[in-house]
Ligand binder design. Structure first.
Ligand SMILES: Nc1ncnc2c1ncn2[C@@H]1O[C@H](COP(=O)(O)OP(=O)(O)OP(=O)(O)O)[C@@H](O)[C@H]1O
Ligand SMILES: [Mg+2]
Length: 324
C-alpha cells in the first residue's frame, strides 16, 4: 500500500529579488515498509524535497508553489501547522547528515531521548528512561545504562548518528527520512550504520527514504531509486531494473563516480562540469552542457518523463542509447 506520494512538487527559492525554481515537478511514491533511495549531486534539491515532506520549510525564502504530498491517507499541504507537527513527531521522523547539529551539546543524550519520548508519548519518567536504554541497546550502543549519561561530545561520530537513529525511532514512525545519514562518517562506520538501519527497518517495518549522493550506497540498501538532477527526477525505477539498464546518461555517470576506496583518487571524474546554479537559465535538458550525447534537440527542447519500461521512467530524449 502507498504510504507516501509526492505529486508534481514545485519549490522556489526567493533570492536577490528573483524567484528561482529549485524543485520542478518532482513525483515519487513510497509503499509501506519500502526503501526509496534519492540520489543526485549536491544542489539537486534532495534536501528541500525531504524538508517539504517533513513540513520543515518555513519562512519566505523557500516556498512550495505547487503539487501535492499525500501521507498515510492525508493531504499534508492542506493541514494546519499544528496538525503537521503532530505527524512529524509521531508518524514521520528524519535523520540529518550531521548529528552534532541536531543533538544539543549541553544535555546528556539520555535526557534528550527521554524528552523526545515524554513529549510525543505519554510515558512516565521511569518508563521513558527504561525505553531510552532499550533504544540505545537497539542501535547497538555498548553499556547503554551507562552511556545514557554521556554528553554528545563524549561519543564518536558513528555513535552520535546511532543516537539520532534511536531518537528518530523512539516514536515508532511509519516513515523515516534519512538525509545523507552516513556522509560525515568514515567508510567502515558508514557500513555499520547502514546495516543497522536496514536491520531496524526489517524488524520495525518502517518505510525509509534514504538520500545520498552515492549510487553505491543506494544500490545496496534500497528497493527503488529516484535519480534527481537540478530539481527534477530524471530516472526512476526499482533498483534491480535500474541496474539492469541505466537509461539516463546522468545515472551512468553517477555510477561511474562511485568512490574508489582502494585508490588514491577518491572520486572518478565521470561527469565533466558541475550542476548549473539556480540562476543559470538553460533551455532544453538541464544536463545537456555535461552530456556527451547532447544534440540540437537536447539544447532546444526539455525532455519529458517517458515510460521506458515497466516501472522504469526516464527524462531523456535518447533514453537507453549509449554513446557511440
Ligand atoms: N534557504 C535557502 N536559500 C537559498 N537557496 C537555497 C536554500 N536552501 C537551498 N537552497 C538552494 O537550493 C538548491 C537545492 O538545495 P538542496 O539543499 O535541496 O540540495 P541537495 O540536493 O540536498 O544538495 P546536497 O547534496 O549538497 O545536500 C541548492 O542550489 C541550494 O543552494
Ligand atoms: Mg542535501
Amino acid at each position: 500500500m502507498t504510504l507516501l506520494e509526492v505529486k508534481n512538487l514545485e519549490i522556489v527559492v526567493n533570492t536577490g529579488g528573483k524567484t528561482l525554481p529549485v524543485v520542478q515537478g518532482v513525483s515519487f511514491q513510497v509503499n509501506e515498509k519500502e526503501t526509496l533511495g534519492i540520489v543526485g549531486e549536491s544542489g539537486c534539491g534532495k534536501s528541500l524535497t525531504s524538508l517539504a515532506i517533513m513540513g520543515l520549510l518555513g519562512g519566505t525564502t523557500v516556498q512550495i508553489t505547487g503539487g501535492e504530498i499525500h501521507f498515510d491517507g492525508m493531504n499534508l499541504l492542506e493541514l494546519s501547522a499544528k496538525e503537521r507537527r503532530t505527524i512529524m513527531g509521531n508518524r514521520m521522523a528524519m535523520i540529518f547528515q550531521e548529528p552534532m547539529t541536531s543533538l544539543n551539546p549541553v544535555y546528556r543524550i539520555g535526557d534528550q531521548i527521554i524528552e523526545n519520548l515524554t513529549q510525543h508519548q505519554k510515558l512516565s519518567k521511569k518508563a521513558a528512561r527504561d525505553r531510552a536504554i532499550e533504544l540505545l541497546e537497539l542501535v547497538r550502543i555498548p553499556d547503554p545504562s551507562e552511556r545514557i549519561s554521556s554528553f554528545p561530545h563524549q561519543m564518536s561520530g558513528g555513535q552520535r548518528q546511532r543516537v539520532m537513529i534511536a531518537m528518530a525511532l523512539s516514536c515508532d514512525p511509519k516513515l523515516l527520512i534519512a538525509d545523507e545519514p552516513t556522509t560525515a562518517l568514515d567508510v567502515t562506520v558508514q557500513k555499520e550504520v547502514l546495516d543497522l538501519m536496514a536491520d531496524l527497518q526489517n524488524r520495525m517495518g518502517t518505510a525509509v527514504v534514504l538520500i545520498s549522493h552515492d549510487l553505491g550506497v543506494i544500490a545496496q540498501t534500497c528497493d527503488k531509486v529516484a535519480v534527481m538532477y537540478r530539481g527534477k527526477v530524471v530516472e526512476a525505477a526499482p533498483t534491480t531494473s535500474l541496474f539492469q539498464e541505466l537509461a539516463h546518461p546522468y545515472t551512468r555517470g553517477l555510477l561511474n563516480s562511485i568512490p574508489v576506496v582502494d585508490h588514491d583518487v577518491e572520486w572518478l571524474e565521470a561527469i565533466p562540469g558541475r550542476v548549473p546554479t539556480l540562476d543559470e537559465t538553460l533551455a532544453g535538458c538541464a544536463f545537456h552542457p555535461r552530456c556527451s550525447m547532447a544534440t540540437e534537440l537536447c539544447i532546444s527542447t526539455p525532455a519529458l518523463t517517458t515510460h521506458y519500461k515497466q516501472g522504469h521512467s526516464v527524462q531523456c530524449h535518447f533514453a537507453g542509447r549509449e554513446t557511440s
